[in-house]
Design a protein around this ligand. Structure first.
Ligand code: CAA
Length: 283
């Protein structure tokens, strides 16, 4: 595939990981966020990952330098005018995402793919705020992006086949495996994963076992690489709560009710690894 330019909107954990895999696949990448400090934090994470790959002799230092040279910081959505693809990985909030997509409508050329990395929000509703809903698609990467093989591709109601194929081919060129799903709350990944995490929190809340015991059961008993409470801390408890609320609201079924303990931790500012405290504490 001809090497192109992508703008990744949001330089957080997901956005910086997405920017890294695009740059490593030879794309020119604008890494966009509201403030330079946020972009710098994202770039620092990328540099650290690449340094690890060099140390492990999976990447030469020349290749590392070439990857870094393909990353351009951006604080203006106007840079979307020079891109063939947009991947939005901003905060998981419909209002924020709608505002970004509305602005992109006025900036990006008509044939640009407008992909969102949303983990559960409806693609069709987001697409409806643009003047080209057929170009809007979900391109849901998993965390940590450089390691995880899956990209869940989510078609909105009117996403065109051409856009779907472009995103499918792009995922393959990034070394990922794409799986197609339809636009329903939580798609497949989080519809299955989050109720399991939420149930693990209920198990803790009801005193069935300690957090360590719950995680150990799922790691050793089910061969999961991380226990569900460790994984929740890794994903971010605010994200877990937001996704459970999206499922609860979207299906109206009480089986998706977020555990009060999850809500309490989020309200306390215990968001997991990123704040140094969640179910566990981190240095
Ligand atoms: N960024 C980049 N690379 C990372 C990384 C990160 N954050 N974390 C680990 N790695 C790399 C390591 O550098 C290491 O690479 P090498 O083999 O080259 O040294 C490799 O991954 C393995 O790491 P470790 O040996 O340190 O640890 P591990 O074997 O326990 O693996 C893990 C770490 C890959 C994170 C593993 O624990 C795992 O798969 N956990 C589950 C992750 C998961 O379920 N992700 C999905 C979350 S849900 C989601 O993302 C969707 C959503 O919408 C919420």
């Amino acid at each position: 595939m001809e090497k192109q330019t992508v703008i990744v909107i949001g330089a957080g954990q997901m956005g910086s990981g997405i920017a890294q895999v695009f740059a490593q696949a030879g794309w020119h990448v604008y890494l966009n966020d509201l403030q330079t400090e946020l972009i710098e934090r994202g770039l620092a994470a990328i540099r650290k990952n690449l340094a690890h790959q060099v140390e492990k002799q999976k990447l030469s230092s020349e290749e590392r330098d070439a990857v870094l040279s393909r990353l351009t910081p951006s604080t203006s959505l106007e840079d979307a005018a020079g891109a063939e693809m947009v991947v939005e990985a901003a905060t998981e909030n419909m209002k924020v995402k709608k505002e970004i997509f509305k602005q992109l409508s006025g900036i990006a050329p008509k044939d640009v793919v407008l992909a969102t990395n949303t983990s559960s929000l409806p693609i069709t509703e987001l697409a409806a705020v643009t003047d080209r809903p057929e170009n809007v698609i979900g391109m849901h990467f998993m965390n940590p992006v450089p390691v995880m093989k899956l990209v869940e591709i989510v078609r909105g109601l009117v996403t065109s086949d051409q856009v779907y194929e472009k995103v499918y081919d792009t995922a393959a060129a990034l070394g990922k495996t794409a799986v197609e799903v339809n636009d329903f709350p939580g798609f497949v990944s989080n519809r299955v994963l989050m109720p399991m995490i939420n149930e693990a929190v209920y198990t803790l809340y009801e005193g069935v076992a300690t957090k360590e015991a719950i995680d150990e059961v799922m790691k050793l008993g089910m061969n999961h690489p991380m226990g569900p409470l460790t994984l929740a801390d890794f994903i971010g408890l605010d994200t877990c709560l937001y996704i459970m609320e999206t499922l609860h609201e979207g299906f109206g079924d009480d089986k998706y009710r977020p555990c009060p303990l999850l809500r309490k931790y989020v309200n306390a500012g215990w968001l997991g690894r990123k704040t140094g405290r969640g179910f566990y504490t981190y240095e």
